[in-house]
Every structure is written in C-alpha cells, then in structure tokens.
Ligand binder design. Structure first.
Ligand SMILES: Cc1cc2nc3c(=O)[nH]c(=O)nc-3n(C[C@H](O)[C@H](O)[C@H](O)COP(=O)(O)OP(=O)(O)OC[C@H]3O[C@@H](n4cnc5c(N)ncnc54)[C@H](O)[C@@H]3O)c2cc1C
Length: 395
C-alpha cells in the first residue's frame, strides 16, 4: 500500500519542491546523521546529532519552516511544510530538540514584543539557545492551573521558588520557558505568569529522572531563590495562562504526527527483514494492520490540510490526531517487538548476529519509551474529554 503522499498524488510544483529537498538531504544528511536518526527512541535524537542537524538546516535557511519569512522562516505553503516534514521522516533525519523552533519562537512572533523577539529569536534560529518547557509540577499535570511554583517581584527581578518535573531536555537546555504563580487569590488560571529563564542562573538545580528504557531524557528542576529579570516576562503579569494557550496551539500545530509513525514502522520492518520474517504471514498481517491505521491518519491529516484546518485554533483537531497517533505509535512499537522476537530480550550471545542483537535492543527500548506517548502532550484521557465534550455539545 502506498502512502497518500506518493508521487502520483503530487502536483508538478510539489514534485519540483520535492526534488529540491531530496537533493539537499542527499547532500547534507550524512550516513552518521541518518544512523543517529534511526537510533532515536525518545522524543528527540541524541543531542550531538540533533545539534549538528540543526546547524545544517540553519545554514540552508530551512530551520524554521513555520515562521514568517521576515523572521527567518522559509515562506513555504502549508503543503510544502507538510511535504518537508514527511521527507525528513522518510530519510531518517535526526529529530530536533525543538521547543524553541516549534513553540517559543512562534509565540514571541505572535505576541509581537520587539524587545523579546530581537533578544531571543536569532539565538533560537542559530541553535545557540536550546529551550525546555517548565509547566508540569509534582501536583500539577493534567490540572495545570494548580501549579504552585512562585514568582515574587523583587525590584527589577522576580524571585522564583518551587519545583518543575518531567521537563524534557532540561539537562541539555540553557533556557526554559515556564509558568509561575504570581497571585494566590481569584481563579487559579488568573494568577499565573509566563517567564523566560536562563538555566545557568544561580539556584537552578537539575535532577535527571530515568525513563523505563534507562534514558534520562527528562528531569526534575528545583528553583531556590532564582532571580528572573522582569524584562523576561512574556505578556502581562498574571496573563500567563492565555499566553501558554497560544504557545500550546503552535506547539501542537507544528507537530506532524504521521512522519514519526512511518519512521517507526520502517524501523520495525527492517528488524523483521533482518530476522527473516518478511514472508511470515502472521508478521505481514500485523504489519498490514499498522499500515491501514497509518494510512487513515495520513488521509485525515491531508484532508485537514486541504481544508486549512491543520493548525487552526480548534482544539478538537490536535486532540483527535494526538489520540490516534499515540495509540498507533504504541501498537507499532509492539509490532517492533514481534519483529525482534528473541532478540528483544537477548543481551549478547556467541552465535547471534550483532545486527539482530542491536535491532532487538532498539525495539525493546523503543517499546518502553513509547509507553509515555499516551501521557505527554496531555494524557489521552484528557484528550478524550475534549472530544467527548465536542460530541455531547452537538447532541
Ligand atoms: C515523556 C514525558 C515528557 C514530558 N515532558 C514534559 C515537559 O517537557 N514539560 C512539562 O511541563 N511537562 C512534561 N511532561 C509532563 C506531562 O505533561 C504530564 O505528565 C501530563 O500532563 C500528566 O500529568 P501528571 O503526570 O501529573 O498526571 P495526572 O494529571 O496526575 O494524571 C494521572 C492520571 O489521571 C488521569 N486524569 C487526570 N485528570 C483527568 C480528567 N480530568 N479526566 C480523566 N482522567 C484524568 C490522567 O489521564 C492519568 O491517567 C512530560 C511527561 C512525559 C511522560
């Protein structure tokens, strides 16, 4: 079964664009970078390869496809951006640690604060700053408005105290955008402020947290009297909830899902081929089931794209895509375990091929890491709530 973005469905101008992108990828995506892309199990590729790939995209002028051209974006159409994302996935490009590119940059452009844009956008583009997101706290996840991390004005600074948790990339990032409580009275959402923090400030302590597969992709971050300049505030004091909602809209709409799934399915198929399963009927039926679900998601994405609804502010669309994609991602990682078979458990062994052992280790690690897909970016239960409300509202 071919993907809905196969050659046959593309217009002549898309084909020309595709050739231009493929020529660049053939040139810039070295074997090492492709291998690092293939090894990815978590939400981004290992940091060295991720940074190197960032630099190559930056030099090409393609690091921020979703930004307006006047701010260093590409000026591409939505179709071109979709195609570009798909081609990165098809070619196993490293997955960037990209909260700055995907979320904070578009937010600052949207808010239009000239001072913040001048200070931060160039450093996001050239990769000098890597950003992480400090929203969740030990007692504030799905119920984010319960957050307790406190910022108290002190001259031209806020004094920040409290704890953030599950912060992806905290160990590699030099900057964090965060939500802090600046007022305790009234509705909880109305006492929150959006701040930009230098992670190297005195009083910031990072404690890595191991994931199921042993990676320490996220961390707990503790603030002990950290001074954050008031000039690092985005929006007005106590307006942080509204600012964060704008950021989340960009983060979700700039987050293509089907490419990641195709990447994972290809990886499972490579493992199956290595272990001689390509003509095994049960294996190929499991593959076909994943393929059918993936084609349905791609078709939905393309339909939303054609209707101009991929990235609008209707929160039902990201909820639906997130649910479908995360559940399929978990199913594909289970298919990966079938493909690896015995090798998903074997650590080493004299007669076993090193390639099968490595592929087995990758499949197990991917399976374990993908359990988190139904938790991050909003748990699947909370996305089901959004969809249920939308359906009930129509009855
Ligand atoms: C791999 C990973 C990376 C992450 N990266 C980041 C990051 O970079 N920055 C950041 O700020 N956060 C990050 N998070 C945190 C993530 O956003 C939270 O884990 C998520 O919002 C859930 O919050 P919680 O863990 O506190 O669980 P809780 O909100 O306590 O939920 C516990 C359970 O109750 C269910 N539940 C809660 N409320 C409802 C409801 N109203 N209806 C039905 N069921 C409900 C949930 O679905 C879940 O099953 C990450 C999480 C993971 C797993």
């Amino acid at each position: 079964m071919s993907s809905p973005v196969s050659h046959k469905s593309l217009r002549p101008q898309d084909l020309a664009f595709r050739s231009e992108v493929q020529a660049f990828l053939d040139r810039a995506l070295t074997d090492d970078l492709r291998a690092a892309g293939q090894r990815t199990t978590g939400v981004h590729t290992e940091i060295g390869a991720s940074r190197e790939w960032h630099q190559r995209l930056f030099r090409q002028g393609w690091i921020a496809p979703a930004w307006p051209a006047s701010f260093g974006g590409t000026g591409w159409s939505l179709q071109q951006r979709y195609l570009f994302d798909r081609m990165l996935a098809e070619n196993d490009a490293p997955i960037l640690s990209a909260s700055g590119i995907r979320a904070l940059g578009p937010l600052l452009i949207h808010i239009g604060d000239d001072h913040l844009c001048k200070r931060f956008l160039p450093r996001i583009l050239d990769g000098e700053d890597l950003w992480c997101q400090g929203f969740s706290e030990p007692n504030a996840g799905s119920d984010l408005a319960a957050l307790a991390c406190r910022a108290v004005p002190d001259g031209s600074f806020y004094l920040l105290n409290g704890t953030k948790i599950w912060t992806t990339g905290a160990g590699n990032s030099n900057k964090m955008f965060l939500l802090a409580r600046t007022r305790n009275t009234g509705k909880p959402q109305e006492g929150i402020t959006f701040l930009l923090l230098d992670m190297n400030s005195p009083g910031v302590n990072i404690r890595p947290i191991s994931m199921l597969n042993g990676d320490a992709e996220f961390a707990e971050v503790i603030f002990d009297d950290v001074r954050v300049p008031i000039s690092n505030r985005v929006g007005a004091e106590c307006d942080g909830w509204a600012v964060a909602k704008i950021l989340m809209r960009y983060a979700r709409s700039n987050n293509t899902t089907s490419g990641t799934l195709r990447r994972s399915l290809r990886s499972a198929m490579r493992t199956g081929q290595l272990n001689g399963l390509s003509s095994d009927p049960a294996f190929m039926i499991q593959k076909a089931e994943c393929e059918i679900r993936l084609t349905a998601i791609e078709t939905l994405e393309l339909r939303l794209l054609a209707e101009g609804r991929l990235g609008d502010d209707d929160d039902r669309v990201p909820s639906l895509l997130k649910l479908l994609a995360s559940e399929l991602h978990q199913a594909i990682s289970e298919f990966g375990l079938t493909a690896a078979g015995f090798f998903s458990l074997a650590k080493e062994g004299g007669q076993h091929s090193a390639d099968s052992l490595a592929a087995g280790g990758h499949a197990t690690s991917k399976y374990l890491a993908t359990r988190a897909a139904s938790i991050y970016s909003g748990t699947n239960e909370t996305h089901r709530n959004v969809l249920a409300k939308a359906i009930i509202g129509r009855l």
